[in-house]
Each structure stands twice: as C-alpha cells, then as structure tokens.
Design a protein around this ligand. Structure first.
Ligand code: ZN
Length: 349
C-alpha cells in the first residue's frame, strides 16, 4: 500500500485533557493499520492555528509520513488553538499549564518511557520554555521549527510591530486573518482596508491578512511557489484569532534578544533562557532560509546556546527555498523537509 493509500485509512481518537488552570484542551491520536514500530511523537502547532495545520491537503502530509515511518503520532491542541474559545494566552501559561500535562498524558496512555516532539513557532517557543525549565523530563528528542528561545524578526517587522502596538494596540485585543473574509467590527474593517490597499500578491484575503498580521512579507508565512492551490485555499479555514498578549510578549522578547516571561507564574523560572538548560533532550533546530516571519538567526542563536552547553550533540538544519509554514505545508515537503525531520527524530540519543 502506498503512503497516500495508508493515509486514507488513518483513524483519529480525540483525548480531552484539562490544563493545570482548568482549560479544556485535547490531544488527537492518529493511528494507522499497523502497530507503530517507533515511539510516540507529539506535534505542537503555532499561534492562531490548530493541530490540523500539520495536515495540509497535499498527497502526503507530515502526519501521514510519520505514521508510515512507524511513529505513534499525537497532535496537541494547546490553549492557542483556534478550536477553543479566544483567550489571552501567553507563552508562560502554555509552558506551565498545557505542555507538561499533554506530555504526561501521552506517556500514561502509551506506557512509553520517553516521547519525541516536533514543535512549531509559538508551539515551539512555549514548549521550549517548559523544556528548559525542567518540566518535560519525558521528552528525549525535540525537533523545533522557525523559532525557539531567541526570536529574531526582520527589522521592518520590529518597527511595524512597535508602532502598531503603541498606537493601536488598545483597539485590538485580538487580530484575526479571517477578517480578510468577514470583518465584524469597525477596527477590523479598518485593518481589512489597510490589507486590501497594501497587499496585492494573491487573491486570497486570509493569506494576505496573515501576511500583514505576522510580518512584512508578500506573503510572510510561506512561499507561494511551495504551496499547491488546494493548500492556498485551505488556509481560509485554518487561521483564526491571536491575542494581543502574544504580540506584547514576542515584541518584548525580540527587544531583549530572548524569550522573556510576562506573567510571573510560580513554577516557572524568572529567566526563560537560564544560564544552563534544565533538560537533557537532544534538539534539532530547523529553519527555512527564506522565513520572513522569524529570521533564521532565531534558530542559529538557540542552537549556539545549546551547543555551548553540550557541543556536537544538537543539530541545526537550514533549509533553502523554504519559509515558515511551508516546511510542513509545502507540496514538495515530503521530499524536501520531511526526510530531515524524520532523520532528526530517528537519530539515536
Ligand atoms: Zn496567497
């Protein structure tokens, strides 16, 4: 049976779990016909999307690919997921309240001694905070895409973010790329007008709005060349609201050159990038060289941090011709990026 045929036979089981502070979240367990030959791997989505972001309408998406290669695949819908009601989430809350519970649940369900993880964007930053705080001792290998402990964004993005937050932040407790389709309020309509006047790179209003919300690219989150038509259309249903708390925290973090807390929660260290990381996990840092949302320097810096503590153990993989989310959604990702992710997951620790 081909991978595509196997993909048609995958079964999803949704396991509800509650975050430490009482939010109802879930894990999606994806199983094929065959018993997995390798251990569990959890996939953690980014901001303003949901676990389904790893399942773009391409012939073989990352979930199909990992199941076909023997992994027991779990998708975590954490508090930033658009499947849940809007909330002012922060990296602090996700790191302390969501990821440790999700990982514990997978370990309990599978009986595995350790699990692996593929983490993306703000799923990556928040999961990394948990890991270096010593809250994820069961995770042995972590493949991180785009950004982890040291967010770096293009200079023009920094200027734009600071300006918008300072001048208009009060108007926007949330921003939502779906305003490109339907802007429900006057502030939303205003922003939709700005996007309409400034973005002419394609005919998809959610694609263009996401480019405006997440940076300064045309587009920001992928290269159009890397997406098939169905995926470019599919993003309409996969993007949703992202709260101002996220923009506040990431702007502050970019200014400091590393992730910083904004909630001061008991149970998390006062420094998100401590002098030495509280984890023995092996990390593989992946970055699309053409990422216009977070620059590849983000991953280079975090790799250097880990490499200085344990040289020649972690890896940094820079992928030419790819940007931010096309690493997972690209029509040729099955040939270009998935083998890199698999190689890093398979590597013995
Ligand atoms: Zn587009």
């Amino acid at each position: 049976m081909t991978v595509a045929e196997q993909a048609g036979r995958l079964r999803d089981t949704v396991l509800e779990f509650e975050s430490v502070d009482g939010l109802p979240l879930n894990l999606i367990h994806v199983q094929g016909d065959d018993t997995p030959t390798k251990g569990p791997v959890v996939l953690v989505h980014g901001a303003g999307v949901r676990a389904n972001i790893f399942r773009a309408p391409v012939e073989t998406n990352l979930v199909d690919y990992l199941v076909a290669n023997g992994y027991d695949v779990w998708l975590e819908n954490w508090r930033a997921s658009i499947d849940f009601p809007q909330n002012q989430w922060t990296l602090d809350k996700a790191a302390l309240y969501d990821h440790p519970v999700a990982v514990k649940r997978i370990v309990e369900e599978t009986g595995a001694e350790s699990i692996k993880a593929v983490i993306h964007c703000q799923g990556s930053t928040s999961f990394m905070v948990s890991a270096v705080a010593g809250l994820l001792p069961q995770v042995s290998t972590i493949v991180s895409n785009a950004v982890s402990l040291h967010p770096v964004i293009p200079r023009l993005s920094t200027i734009k973010l600071n300006f918008l937050l300072r001048c208009f932040g009060w108007l926007y407790p949330y921003m939502d790329p779906r305003w490109g389709l339907n802007a429900p309020t006057i502030p939303a309509k205003l922003l939709a007008l700005v996007v309409k006047l400034s973005h002419h790179e394609c005919d998809n209003n959610v694609c263009k709005f996401s480019s405006f919300v997440y940076g300064i690219g045309f587009p920001t989150l992928w290269r159009h060349e890397n997406l098939n038509e169905a995926t470019h259309e599919w993003v309409n249903q996969e993007f949703g609201a992202v709260p101002r708390t996220f923009f506040d925290q990431i702007t502050k973090s970019v200014g400091k050159g590393k992730l910083v807390p904004i909630d001061s929660l008991d149970g998390l260290p006062s420094e998100f990038v401590p002098p030495s990381p509280g984890t023995d996990a092996r990390f593989a840092f992946i970055a699309g060289v053409l990422n216009r949302c977070f620059s590849k320097e983000s991953q280079e810096l975090t790799f250097e941090y880990f490499n200085s503590h344990r040289p020649n153990y972690h890896t940094l993989r820079l992928i030419p011709d790819y940007g931010h989310l096309d690493i997972f959604m690209g029509q040729n990702a099955v040939n270009d990026t998935f083998p890199i992710i698999l190689e890093e997951l398979d590597r013995a620790v």
